[in-house]
Design a protein around this ligand. Structure first.
Ligand code: HEC
Length: 120
């Protein structure tokens, strides 16, 4: 069956198959693009503020972004724990904030936070 396919192409196809399961780990970048990219970029404000360097930073620290008053007054630091709460249900962490979105899957939250922690 594979007779017409050059050997190197078969090797590539095979190595993609064996490495696929490992990619469910470290999937944060793709998940970030998919879940967050509609409202956030790393380096410019969109509907949400830019998120470059957000891990470990004070909430509402991007001067160019018009944050909600509740988030400005929250005095939160974006630790891993606070990010997890925020992504699980922003409203439960900061009432009346402007982010109308949450991530149901704890695994996805963990991977996205891991990505943000790398300070992309
Ligand atoms: C529907 C649009 C939307 C989506 C989708 C969204 N956000 Fe947001 N996000 C916002 C808005 C708007 C704010 C500003 C909230 C405020 O001012 O109260 C915000 C704020 C934030 C903040 C606080 C930033 C700061 O500077 O304090 C973080 C962190 C954040 N979002 C992370 C994420 C992540 C990670 C995702 C994807 C899992 C995501 N958001 C998806 C709209 C969105």
């Amino acid at each position: 069956m594979a007779a017409g396919i050059p050997a190197f192409a078969r090797v590539v196809a095979f190595s993609m198959m064996v490495s696929a399961p490992a990619q469910t780990q470290g999937n944060g970048k793709a998940l970030f693009a998919k879940r967050c990219g509609g409202c956030h970029a790393l380096d410019r404000d969109k509907e949400g503020p830019r998120l470059h360097g957000v891990y470990g930073r004070a909430a509402a620290a991007v001067d160019s972004f018009p944050y909600s008053t509740p988030l400005k007054n929250s005095r939160l630091i974006w630790t891993g724990e606070n990010l997890d709460k925020w992504l699980a249900g922003p409203e439960n962490l900061v009432r009346d904030n402007d982010m109308a979105f949450y991530v149901e899957s704890a695994d996805e939250r963990r991977e996205i936070i891991q990505f943000l922690k790398q300070n992309p």
